[in-house]
Write a protein that binds this ligand. Structure first.
Ligand SMILES: [Zn+2]
Length: 325
């Protein structure tokens, strides 16, 4: 019989909810299914979404409770009984998956919020939380591009650059919950570009969307964001092509370095830049292939499949792992 979990994805701009179903016995979790079938396991409504409050952690927790109640009401109408709630959230999560240990100002007042206690008290469901990038990787590894592979390295290139390493159903957390900060590795040639962490010449500073846009503009370009920068490159702007190639090359080099370190079965590129075209993917692949050790030449680098639903799916998967007997 199928089981259900409530999934919540907390980002800087919105809080989204969904209801996840375990795979049917006849399709199996490890069998590769097309993405439509995969996504049928996730019920998500536009209505199960609210803007992330800017007025403190307590308000954000209350907004999470409101989304959980919408999903729970749907489940109740369908006579479904979720096993618990899995939450993917921006910020560093404590080792028990109960609270927000620390967070940036992307969500004001989020640091220190006892989220699991609050949501459990208000809804009656059991709760488990993990970092949203880790949830994103868990989703891709279990139901997306990594489905069927025993281990993955994921690099997510968007507003920042994050990543994660998965082995079977585990996501490497690290001693402080910080494992996978792929964006904070130095890139030769990127000197003079200060990263969000304060260091000079980190990957994120030149290869994340805002980073590559700043890098482009500081060298005489004029673009609002990475999408516009890519359009300029496609139109033949030489500087835009150079910056896009540099960003892709650095990302490919570092991804290959991680594959050499961790020896996964597959490498997955996620985040907004994964949807970029060949002007990005070609130098990315070239750099990746050039830096792999000979014994790892066959490890594929593929685009993530689940898009913005990955963290939601990963959060639900986390709840299944924690609460299914
Ligand atoms: Zn950095």
């Amino acid at each position: 019989m199928s089981q259900y979990a409530i999934a919540i994805d907390i980002g800087g701009t919105k809080i989204a909810g969904g209801l996840l179903r375990t795979p049917d016995a006849d399709t199996g979790n490890l069998e590769k299914t097309d993405s439509n079938v995969t996504l049928e396991r996730l019920t998500q409504s536009k209505k199960w979404e609210v803007p992330t409050p800017r007025t403190g952690g307590g308000q954000v927790a209350a907004a999470v409770v409101s989304v959980v109640k919408m999903v729970a009401e749907y489940a109740r109408e369908k006579s479904l009984h979720p096993v618990g709630i899995g939450i993917g959230s921006a910020g560093v999560i404590d080792a028990e998956g109960r609270k927000i240990a620390s967070a940036t100002d992307a969500i004001p007042g989020w640091s220190g919020t006892n989220l699991a206690d609050i949501v459990e008290a208000e809804t009656g469901f059991r709760v488990i939380i993990e970092n949203d990038v880790h949830a994103h990787a868990r989703g891709e590894a279990s139901w997306g591009s990594g489905q069927g592979y025993g281990s993955t390295v994921m690099v997510a290139v968007g507003t920042g650059i994050g990543g994660a390493f998965t082995l079977a159903d585990k996501v490497l957390r690290g001693a402080h919950g910080l494992a996978g900060h792929v964006g904070h590795i130095i890139v030769p040639g990127a000197e003079g570009n200060i990263c969000s962490c304060g260091c000079d010449a980190h990957l994120e500073g030149i290869a994340a969307g805002p980073g590559m846009t700043r890098w482009f503009n500081s060298r005489g370009g004029n673009a609002e964001n990475a999408v516009e920068l890519e359009k300029l490159a496609i139109a033949g702007d030489e500087l835009a092509k150079t910056v896009l190639t540099e960003a892709a090359t650095a990302t490919g080099n570092i991804t290959a370095g991680l594959v050499n370190c961790f020896d996964p079965e597959i490498a997955i590129l996620g985040g907004g830049l994964a949807r970029a075209g060949e002007l990005y993917w070609k130098p990315l692949r070239n750099a990746y292939e050039s830096q792999l050790m000979p014994a790892l030449k066959d490890i594929p680098l593929v685009a993530a499949e689940l898009g913005s639903k990955a963290a939601l799916i990963g959060a639900g998967q986390l709840a299944f792992q924690k609460f299914l007997d």
